[in-house]
Design a protein around this ligand. Structure first.
Ligand SMILES: Nc1ncnc2c1ncn2[C@@H]1O[C@H](COP(=O)(O)OP(=O)(O)O)[C@@H](O)[C@H]1O
Ligand SMILES: [Mg+2]
Length: 278
């Protein structure tokens, strides 16, 4: 079997946030390697450094107050590597927008409240595929609505975001994020702001979507149960550092670290599993 190609390498990433005269060392020596098509989870309690890791990879941290050392390496088409941190801030933002599609916890709020869905979705598509005709654009959106389970056809497209339910808005935000031609999808707690039912539906839906797509995924959540059903590798973080990383099976069935064992045990209790794993 041929080994899958490495697509992303984070090497000894350290982040210090400066706030006035105070300095906070929020990310400590984070390293991991992702191969094409793999589904990685980043888990850990609130404040562990999950979003910080994602924000560094997606270049979302404010330049003035953030100090970063280490490497954030993306594979390039010619078989080499590009270190994100070796680029200027502006180049970095451009590079990331071509490489990564992002879904946030508050993607729902990422929709512009003052514009009809059709207008903002259309503009997002045109950004990536400027040569589409209006008819092609509309057909594409209607097809995507089918795939993403967004009901109501053209009528929905004429609505403003706040005329739609939270679950519907999140699906539209996800569909719009995936218009990018990126190779990597990063989702940071994409369902946390939804009610329980929309949460379950959205997860089920992302899971189904991934079955048909070749995206490489990084999925961040404090809910290990969700991650187990979606991801083949898991990183456990605590206090800004990686506690343990490995395949989902290894972490669930053969955890090495006491902290991982504790998280898995708690997750199993919540999931009501009768299987004694650890
Ligand atoms: N602007 C900031 N100044 C100082 N500390 C910060 C700032 N933003 C985040 N942090 C700290 O960084 C740590 C990691 O935060 P974060 O990555 O958001 O955690 P998670 O996403 O795992 O809940 C937390 O301890 C948080 O308090
Ligand atoms: Mg977070």
């Amino acid at each position: 079997m041929t080994e899958k190609k490495e697509i992303l390498r984070i090497e000894n990433l350290n982040i210090t946030i400066k706030n006035g005269s105070k300095r906070f060392h929020v990310l400590k020596d984070v390293s991991f390697t992702v191969r094409e098509g793999e589904r990685w989870a980043i888990a850990g309690e609130s404040g562990a450094g999950k979003s910080m890791t994602m924000n560094a990879m997606t270049s979302l941290l404010p330049e003035e107050s953030t100090e970063m050392t280490g490497k954030i390496l993306f594979s390039t088409k010619d078989g080499g590597w590009q270190d994100l941190l070796a680029l200027s801030y502006k180049e970095r933002r451009k590079f990331v927008s071509e490489q990564i599609a992002i879904i946030f916890q508050d993607s729902i709020n990422a929709l512009n409240p003052n514009e009809r869905i059709m207008k903002q979705w259309g503009e997002t598509i045109r950004l990536h595929r400027p040569s589409l005709s209006q008819a092609e654009l509309e057909n594409h959106i209607l097809d995507q609505m089918d795939i993403f389970g967004i009901r109501g056809g053209r009528e929905t497209l004429q609505h403003f975001p706040d005329q739609l339910s939270g679950g519907m808005r999140q699906r539209i935000a996800i569909a719009m994020a995936l218009e990018s031609q990126a190779r990597i999808l990063i989702a940071d707690e994409p369902t946390t702001s939804l009610d329980a039912i929309s949460q379950r539906n959205t997860i089920e839906f992302i899971r189904k979507l991934l079955e048909t797509k070749q995206w490489t995924l990084l999925f961040i959540s404090h809910n290990l149960g969700i991650l187990q059903s979606m991801c083949d590798h898991i990183i456990i973080m605590k206090d800004g550092a990686i506690v343990e990383q490995g395949t989902t099976d290894d972490l669930f069935y053969h955890p090495k670290e006491p902290y991982t064992r504790q998280l898995v045990r708690e997750t199993m209790k919540i999931m009501g599993s009768s299987e004694a794993l650890v």
